[in-house]
Design a protein. Structure first.
Length: 203
């Protein structure tokens, strides 16, 4: 019984045209095909291994490629400035709308480094069951809490030497408290997972 033919459509004309359009070059007319030579464009491949050009090197495996290769190019300085200006204008419109609906509410304070640290700290505490209402069973995400605390550690490491004394003291205190909460919670979980010893045998 013969195998089902495998079809492979290869058409790189569109990508090539876009590259030439971006570079400002005029695409060259296709070379006339000679008898016995396959024409360009889509072709039918039936039970044949895919043939590559002799000079083309095989692509490295996906897992060995650098992460930067898969990222788009960074924005230009002008693009970043334009985006920042548009973002600030949009945020201001939102704040004006909120203040129009709540005239008694004053302007929002600017977001600072302490807000970032507090966000991580509150997230870690909630993941470890803090804030649970009385009578309800705490919902603990211990793995998520570990990731959040590790992110706090990375933040402390990457900002070392670039913080004020107050910012560094706050970050170190928050990181210490979060790690202590994690240690206490994991100890409780370990003790609860150990089965109690069997009762002594009656004589």
């Amino acid at each position: 019984m013969s195998e089902t033919p495998k079809f492979e459509v290869i058409d790189r004309r569109k990508m090539k045209a876009e590259e030439e359009k971006e570079s400002g070059q005029t695409p060259a007319p296709p070379a006339p095909s000679t008898p016995g030579e396959p024409a360009s464009g889509p072709r039918l491949v039936v039970n044949e291994p895919r043939r590559e050009a002799p000079t083309k090197e095989p692509a490295p495996p996906a897992e060995k490629q650098e992460p930067a290769d898969a990222l788009p190019p960074p924005p230009t300085a002008q693009e970043s400035r334009d985006q920042k200006a548009a973002y600030d204008a949009s945020a201001q419109r939102l704040e004006d709308l909120i203040r129009a609906q709540n005239p008694a509410e004053g302007p929002q304070p600017p977001v600072g480094f302490e807000h970032l640290v507090q966000q991580f700290y509150v997230t870690a505490m909630l993941q470890m069951g803090a804030g649970t209402q009385e009578g309800q069973r705490p919902r603990v995400d211990i793995l998520g809490a570990r990731i959040t605390i590790d992110l706090l550690g990375i933040l402390a490491e990457k900002t070392r030497g670039n913080l004020t004394e107050a910012e560094d003291r706050m970050l170190q205190s928050v990181l210490f408290e979060a790690r202590m909460g994690f240690l206490e919670l994991t100890r409780m979980m370990t003790v609860q997972s150990v089965p109690p010893p069997p009762p002594p045998a009656k004589k």
